[in-house]
Ligand binder design. Sequence first.
Ligand SMILES: [Zn+2]
Ligand SMILES: [Zn+2]
Length: 336
Amino acid sequence: MKAARLHAPRDVRIEEVPTPKPGPGEVLVRVRAVSICPSDWRLYEDGHASGVVPDHPMIQGHEFSGDVAALGEGMSGPPVGTPVAVEPSWPCGECDVCRAGLTNLCRHIVFPSFPQRDGALAEYIACPAHAVYPLPPGTSYTVGALIEPLGVAIHAVRLAALSPDTRIVVLGAGAIGMCVVMVARARGLRQMAVVEPLAGRREWPARLGCTPVAASHEELMATGLEGEVVFECSGESAAVEQAMQVTRPAGKVVVVGIPHPDRVTFDSTIPRRKELTVIFSRRSRNTLEEAIALLAWGQVDLTALPTREYSLEQAQEALEATAARPGDMLRAIVRP
Ligand SMILES: [Zn+2]
Ligand SMILES: [Zn+2]
């Protein structure tokens, strides 16, 4: 099969590699769409994922959809040809953390595209059957690939324990920030403010009823508005302190973005004087079913997120476009 492999920082090559064979309890997926996550771009640019260096030319990509191509031993479905979304967090199911139900925090978690497990920027990928869900009829492969970021947002919203009258602030109107807004809206929230420095990205939250949509946290603070819950979705290390600044006393900060660089510093006076609760959210936990239900019932419309399509041969271009963060594109979609 053809695969896009990362040989060194900013060096992606399209190569012929062996097609994976589905093992017992696995499903082989013919990949149809891969959404490029900013975390893919970081490995692409930095050559490591939070310090973990690939030991072989890595196939990237973990937000993906496709069709069932073959079933491993002991599998009776889903039928070959079924369009599916895939949850890319693969827990062991046996460690103490998994037994406590916290499968996204598994001590032996496998995550395709995180070194050393190859991801989905290829024609095929073998996935554990429990991670594979049929797409609702009529769902595009692009939307199927965006179900993963939607799951990340659902998990963050669950951790925040929102009620319909909670006032929230979202820092960063990228795909994750927009998914948080959409999930919160589906739960009946109406008081939502957004901070997004890129002018082109401020239009989308405004359309979803967010107000104000400020260009900076200072601009938001000047309005006097504070969030009871603030979601940090920009992935900028400096934004963690900014999130604390725009949170009301006794409020919560949920850090959803992966801070870049990894080390975060903040003035402890801010969360201490306000007795803030700071929650770090990791990926998603059993969110696929809810994500698919939100789509099937039309409560979340992922087609509203602006995307651009690339072929597998253009995988490097898609990664570069993700780095450039154009205002009119929230996710680059590669169609192998
Ligand atoms: Zn991602
Ligand atoms: Zn485990």
